[in-house]
Design a protein around this ligand. Structure first.
Ligand code: ITT
Length: 204
């Protein structure tokens, strides 16, 4: 079946499409729908629900939404829900800036903010919502644990992938194949839970 994905991020769409291979994952831009709801929530889960509900109101069909980000322990969990809008320490992510930085700019800024801190632990978090109708939804949240390295490595993935290494593999997320990333990642695991739910749920 066709399932809407409430995102403007084509990397996320590619990753989720590979997990939900039996379904057609369609994003608003493909249907000419302008979609950029205000992410005013205070958690990944709230923001995922905001995105899912906003798109459901427009299309009236089953919707998946993902809110995700990088939580760095030495930075008190920042940038967290403000990962897409991160602009360094003085902007804790209130998100009113007109222009977002590029991913390499954000990575450089985060490495600079973390400096020589010996505490490098961090995780990707992904809250994912499957909204079937106004009052009927399923929510999952998953993580990928890692460590922030002291530079960037790897050309795969997107966003903060080049600066988060998985210690047991000795590779950054950007050095994983798409299949490996989907098997291990916050989004991959959350998407797999949603795939399991979809096989057992009655859609009406
Ligand atoms: P939508 O809101 O339209 O889905 P977005 O990119 O703005 O797209 P988020 O608000 O969820 O998505 O912000 C997530 C940010 O966190 C994203 O822009 C990346 O910078 C980062 N991020 C999330 N998942 C990531 C991943 O798998 N690898 C690297 N960075 C990731």
């Amino acid at each position: 079946m066709t399932i809407w994905f409430a995102t403007g991020n084509s990397h996320k769409q590619r990753e989720l499409q590979a997990i939900l291979a039996g379904h057609c994952i369609k994003i608003p831009a493909e249907a000419g729908i302008a979609f950029n709801p205000d992410e005013t929530g205070t958690s990944f889960l709230e923001n995922a629900l905001i995105k899912a509900r906003a798109l459901y109101q427009l299309v009236g069909e089953p919707v998946i939404a993902d809110d995700s980000g990088l939580c760095v322990d030495a930075l008190g969990g920042r940038p967290g829900i403000y990962s897409a809008r991160y602009r360094g320490p003085e902007h804790a992510g209130l998100g009113t800036e007109a222009t977002e930085l590029s991913a390499p700019e954000r990575n450089a800024l985060l490495l600079h903010e973390l400096g020589d801190s010996p505490q490098r632990s961090a995780r990707f978090v992904c809250a994912m919502v499957l909204l079937l109708s106004e009052d009927r939804f399923f929510v999952v949240q998953e993580t990928l644990e890692g460590e922030i390295i002291r530079g960037e490595r790897g050309g795969g993935g997107f966003g903060y992938d080049p600066i988060l290494a998985i210690p047991t593999l000795g590779r950054t997320v950007a050095e994983l194949s798409p299949e490996e990333k989907n098997r291990l990642s916050h989004r991959g695991k959350a998407g797999q839970h949603i795939a399991d739910i979809l096989t057992g749920v009655v859609i009406h």
